[in-house]
Design a protein around this ligand. Structure first.
Ligand SMILES: [Mg+2]
Length: 279
């Protein structure tokens, strides 16, 4: 048996017809909370699912075979371009008109062309001497949650699932989001500061791809759960190591290389569609 999740609660007649035509006449669509499910005897090829999703403009995911929603106890998520819609470091750079230089390095790192750790050191060094009020400005004026973020997190908490935010960005933002959204755990990079200015350095170990995966394992130990009881969510190449460790991985508005390697992907829905996997 294979279960398809159709991440929409309002399929119109046309969309339902296309779904039926794709699988078989009489395919039964079952509505569960905010989404539809289809049970099939054999899992359809990924290309078929993707083609259908693009045709009806609704996300469709195949539940991984061994996935057990009832066992999920933790969701671990990336911050920049996943929980929030911006890349914080790019916006800080914009404050001093360095955005093109910094954003080009961010893009290359997210596509996996540049080692994340090196790219972060490079970008942060460009911020040397910047007044730390730039960080507050970015948090207050630029930082926006991605659609569905609050509903997603409160839905997880209702189901007794903890939420961890892990970021190759900065603690300045993860700590504020932790208070704002009542997050259970956070980890990110600490920016060096001196006399109200950034030193252009990151203090301590850099939270890159492997550190994100390590955080997942650390939390599993703390919560006494196994990695297959975790859902990992991200958009960039530096999320992939962590995503591979989890029982289910979600590529959220992700780069093609990330979508290819994740067990599920969302491109049309908000973050709250992740609740469809556990309800
Ligand atoms: Mg990201």
């Amino acid at each position: 048996m294979a279960t398809l999740i159709i991440h929409s609660n309002t399929l119109n007649f046309e969309q339902s017809k296309v779904i039926e035509r794709t699988f078989a006449q009489g395919t039964k669509l079952t509505k569960i909370d905010n989404h539809f499910r289809v049970e099939l005897d054999t899992p359809p090829a990924l290309e078929i699912i993707q083609k259908l999703a693009n045709e009806i403009k609704v996300d469709i995911n195949l539940l991984p075979e061994n996935f057990n929603a009832k066992e999920i106890k933790l969701v671990i998520s990336d911050m920049d371009s996943t929980l929030i819609s911006i890349e914080c470091v790019d916006e800080i750079a914009d404050y001093v008109n360095l955005k093109p230089e910094v954003a080009a390095i961010t893009e290359a790192a997210m596509r996996g062309e540049l080692n994340f750790e090196e790219s972060l050191i490079k970008r942060v060094s460009l911020l040397k001497g910047l007044d730390t009020s730039a960080l507050s400005y970015v948090y207050n004026d630029r930082l926006k949650l991605n659609p569905g973020a609050e509903k997603w997190i409160s839905g997880l908490h209702k189901n007794d699932i903890k939420f961890a935010l892990v970021s190759g960005g900065f603690t300045f933002f993860t700590e504020r989001l932790q208070k704002q959204l009542n997050l259970d755990f956070t980890r990110a990079n600490l920016l060096g500061e001196e006399n109200g200015e950034l030193t252009g350095e990151v203090i301590g170990g850099i939270i890159g791809a492997h550190a994100k995966a390590e955080f997942l394992h650390e939390l599993c130990q703390k919560l006494e759960i196994k990695p297959n009881q975790v859902i990992a969510v991200g958009d960039g190449a530096n999320d992939l190591v962590m995503m591979k460790e989890a029982g289910l991985s979600v590529a959220f508005n992700a780069k093609p290389a990330v979508q290819k390697q994740a067990s599920t992907a969302l491109n049309y829905s908000g973050l709250d569609a992740i609740l469809d996997f556990i309800e």
